[in-house]
Ligand binder design. Sequence first.
Ligand SMILES: Cc1cc2nc3c(=O)[nH]c(=O)nc-3n(C[C@H](O)[C@H](O)[C@H](O)COP(=O)(O)O)c2cc1C
Length: 213
Amino acid sequence: MKVVMPPSTMLNPVPVVMVSCAGKEPKKIEKRPNIITVAWAGTINSEPPMVSVSIRKSRHSHELICETQEFVINLVTEDLAKSCDYCGVRSGDKEDKFEKTGLTAIKADGLKYAPQIKEAPVSLFCKLKDIIELGSHDMFLAEITGVSVDEKLIDEKGKICLEKANLVTYSHGEYYTLGKMLGFFGYSVASKEALKRRMPSKKTKKSNKNANK
Ligand SMILES: Cc1cc2nc3c(=O)[nH]c(=O)nc-3n(C[C@H](O)[C@H](O)[C@H](O)COP(=O)(O)O)c2cc1C
């Protein structure tokens, strides 16, 4: 039996990211580099690569992003989870969140104002394309103009090994690390050889006939 609930934002799990931004005059207190935690974030296009973040008008970061038309999405690791939460419960109009968390703002290539967070394993440099007012939140649609990746995550063949980053996800108000790898894109139809190569420790089933049973 299913229990029917009132409509709500029950899509889970979702990414949780730290969005860094700054105003045009970063030396002024109200325009200094800032970090806002965002769970309403998503990939929305491949070519050009685009993302969205939905931010309430009341957030200090909303004003900064509108002013400069740029921001950086920083992925969150287990080590960064507490700072991520902190940036989601304190406002940058009252305090310097970089100073409070001990995180470091460094230049994001190709952006003029928004810094990236040095400690993040992956940062996406974003230029604003559009703002859609939805109700409680404004959705910022942006093009990813650059990506920076910690070199420790890149193997000798140039592959980005995100599984080594210990990324965090967010589900129904709680933070989690990712669990075990279950498969890869297309594994349900992959050949035995591909399965052996990509998932050597996993026993392979002969058929996927009962995959959904
Ligand atoms: C896990 C988590 C997710 C959040 N997601 C969003 C979000 O998607 N959009 C939003 O406007 N605020 C979100 N918030 C709230 C803001 O991060 C919070 O109000 C923050 O203090 C705003 O910072 P600012 O005033 O410096 O911009 C989230 C907070 C947490 C803890």
